[in-house]
Design a protein around this ligand. Structure first.
Ligand SMILES: Nc1ncnc2c1ncn2[C@@H]1O[C@H](COP(=O)(O)OP(=O)(O)OP(=O)(O)O)[C@@H](O)[C@H]1O
Ligand SMILES: [Mg+2]
Length: 441
């Protein structure tokens, strides 16, 4: 007999339901039944647990999405991308599923008793699933049964990404914080490295470089760079806001006096790369937030990275700067023998929703800038749904030292602020999903 419980979803937000699921899984419960799901999206998203989750009714899109291991039973139809990214475990859908059920999965079993939309389980390698999907093809011609054989799931490698733009104040740090929080809420493990002496990322996450680092005799990024024996874990601070957890390497103003020391330190350009090497299996994403310059710490950040994300505003000056940013990333890429440094894309960091026409012109400008060089002509400007609006609530959240997703718990905010925070959060989630899709992590 499994130890189990029932959670009635009717009075709970999706976030609260997911939080309860995580708590129950952490407590070692073996089974949970969610009643009254009312066609909700994103239930049990990013869960990696052997606990059986039974959903008593139809659901919307993305339920059990981004979960590498999940045991999910859905007693009805479901929307797109249910159980996407499955690596182990089972998904049983008693109704029909629209597109992408368990697509991009590399293991596990998916069983759909009704019809299945296109790309269901497209890269699964299980015989059982293949057979099932072949049967499905008869009932629904859109189903593909193409199977990419994969014997074993490879150990997953995370990505190290520098959020790069030498133009000051384009929203790099704010985007880094909130993108990281959105990725974590989708189940990704994220480390943030503040390599900017302004320490805005550090303070934006509620860590005071003076009180929480210096007075507490903790290590910071400067120690990490100049002490060859200091391991990363001794510099990390762990912070939690509700169900979001981020690990942080803090910065401190003293980094601004270090340029000469850094230049004198042997093999300094590779020091961060070496220190991060063994952590790419512990984190899905490691983001590095450098200062707005082309100085030494920027080179260190880029040399340590496996990709670059370029945030920009849709305004003339930042777009003029974009050409230099792209050229710099390409120059580093070409200097790293056999270790490419792809530009993952251009993300819009502060979008003025009322300036629609200007935005269209600026999009054309960006496309022109990217098209100037062969190396960048295929770099993507991320789609509009991922553009982060310019909203004062985003700035307020950084000032209060938390990611915008935590605003809903802040009793000092009124309803309008909370709605603005939710609006921003949706955009960060879209950005996070796009990045996951792009990087395959
Ligand atoms: N989406 C947004 N909406 C409103 N304000 C924002 C948004 N993003 C950033 N800001 C504000 O714009 C200012 C600059 O943002 P941020 O510090 O993130 O930029 P940056 O590129 O990291 O700056 P620097 O180049 O100095 O490191 C900050 O006051 C921040 O609160
Ligand atoms: Mg910054």
């Amino acid at each position: 007999m499994l130890t189990g419980t029932v959670v009635d979803c009717s009075e709970l937000t999706t976030r609260e339901i997911n939080q309860q699921l995580r708590t129950l899984a952490a407590e070692g419960l073996e089974q949970v039944t969610l009643t009254n799901p009312a066609g909700r999206h994103n239930l049990a998203v990013g869960m990696d647990t052997r606990m059986r989750i039974q959903i008593a009714g139809p659901v919307g899109y993305y339920c059990g999405g981004l979960s590498e291991q999940i045991h999910l039973e859905i007693d009805g139809n479901c929307g797109w991308s249910v159980g996407e990214n499955l690596m182990a475990g089972q998904i049983l859908i008693r109704g029909s599923a629209s597109a992408n059920a368990a697509a991009t999965a590399r293991g596990g079993t998916i069983c759909i008793l009704g019809n299945a939309g296109p790309r269901a389980g497209i890269s699964l390698d299980s015989e059982e699933v293949t057979n099932l999907l072949e049967k499905q093809q008869n009932s629904y011609p859109g189903v593909q049964t193409k199977v990419t054989p994969t014997t074993e799931a490879k150990e997953k490698q995370g990505m190290i990404i520098t959020i790069f733009n030498n133009k000051g104040g384009v929203g790099k740090t704010t985007l880094t914080i909130n993108l990281a929080a959105a990725l974590n809420s989708l189940g990704k493990r994220v480390l943030l490295i503040d390599i900017d002496p302004q320490a805005n990322l550090t303070t934006g996450l509620g860590v005071d470089p003076l009180k929480d680092v210096e007075y507490e005799k903790r290590k910071d990024i400067s120690d990490l760079l100049i002490d060859p024996r200091l391991p990363l874990e001794q510099v990390i601070l762990k912070r939690r806001w509700g169900n979001v957890q981020l690990d942080i390497v803090p910065s401190h103003i003293r980094l601004s006096d270090m340029e000469a020391t850094l230049i004198m330190t042997p093999d300094i350009d590779r020091v961060l790369k070496k220190k991060l090497k063994k952590y790419t299996t512990e984190y899905d994403y490691i983001f590095i937030d450098p200062p707005p310059s082309f100085g030494k710490v920027n080179t260190i950040a880029l040399m340590a990275s496996s990709g670059v994300l370029v945030p920009t505003q849709l305004a003339p000056y930042p777009i003029r700067a974009l050409e230099y940013v792209v050229n710099r990333a390409i120059a580093i890429d070409q200097s790293r023998d056999g270790e490419p440094l792809p530009i993952l894309g251009v993300a819009v960091s502060m979008y003025n929703r009322t300036a629609h026409k200007l935005a269209r012109n600026m999009v054309d400008e960006i496309v022109n800038v990217l098209a100037k060089r062969d190396e960048s002509k295929n770099v993507e400007l991320f789609p509009e749904k991922t553009w982060i609006p310019s909203l004062s609530m985003i700035s307020v959240a950084s000032g209060k030292g938390y990611p915008v997703c935590f605003a809903e718990y802040d009793n000092e905010l009124d309803q309008r602020d909370k709605e603005a925070a939710q609006d921003a959060l949706n955009c960060y989630i879209n950005l996070a999903k796009h990045l996951i899709q792009k990087t395959g992590v």
